[in-house]
Design a protein around this ligand. Structure first.
Ligand code: G3P
Length: 215
């Protein structure tokens, strides 16, 4: 399973990249707003740092405007993926962008049928938001299971990015379902490494090593 970091903060992206596990980055307008920098500057920094797919979101709401914006974003680097919210105009734009060879990530997805439409329009990726569904009393991961079944039934090549991840259990469940990608915040990514028994085990080894005669 590929691991993406969901942030626009270059410090976080650089650190995860250093760990050697970073497959890609997803950003959104909220993440960019938290950097305090212009989108132009933020995107340049990220694209200089990351080799894998980098999702940059469109703001226009009409199909023509989305396509125009997407072309500008895609021209920045070969690894740009244009993030498009799931609306009628959004999917009209995705179909056009697919015909031009521009990669897309259909976002703000909350139902398997929205994901079906995204795949029909040739989306490269689809991003179901799991944590936000959990937060309103649904089991978000159920839609990942359903999207995976639909895509397998019809051999759609659209890759599933499990997004709005809140904790490592979401990552585990996504991996068991066979989702292609999980995108998560820096803190959750770091948590994937952690286990109290690992800490205890290392501590014991280091203490025992001190007892080994030096000569
Ligand atoms: O980037 C899209 C998605 O991951 C947003 O997640 O944490 O705002 O629910 P969140």
């Amino acid at each position: 399973m590929k691991l993406f970091v969901d942030t626009a903060l270059i410090e976080e992206i650089t650190e995860v990249n250093r760990w050697g596990i970073l497959d890609g980055v997803t950003t959104n307008p909220t993440h960019v707003s938290k950097t305090g920098k212009s989108a132009q500057k933020v995107y340049e920094e990220i694209l200089r740092t990351v080799k894998g797919p980098v999702s940059l979101e469109t703001i226009a709401e009409d199909a023509e405007g989305i396509v125009r914006e997407a072309r500008e974003l895609a021209a920045k680097a070969d690894n740009v993926v244009v993030k498009v919210p799931i609306t009628c105009d959004g999917l009209t734009a995705v179909k056009q962008l697919n015909s031009e060879g521009i990669k897309t990530n259909v976002t703000v997805v909350f139902s398997p049928l929205q994901a079906l439409l995204a795949a029909k329009c040739g989306a490269t990726y689809v991003s179901p938001f799991i944590g936000r569904l959990d937060a309103i009393g649904h089991t978000g991961m159920e839609i990942v299971q359903q999207i995976k079944a639909i895509y397998d039934n019809y051999d759609y090549s659209t890759e599933i990015i499990v997004a709005s991840i809140r904790h490592p259990l979401h990552v585990l469940e996504a991996a068991l379902i066979g989702a292609d990608i999980c995108t998560m915040g820096f803190a959750t990514m770091k948590q994937l490494y952690d286990h109290p028994l690992t800490d205890l085990g290392i501590e014991r080894f280091l203490n025992d090593w001190k007892k080994v005669p030096k000569e």
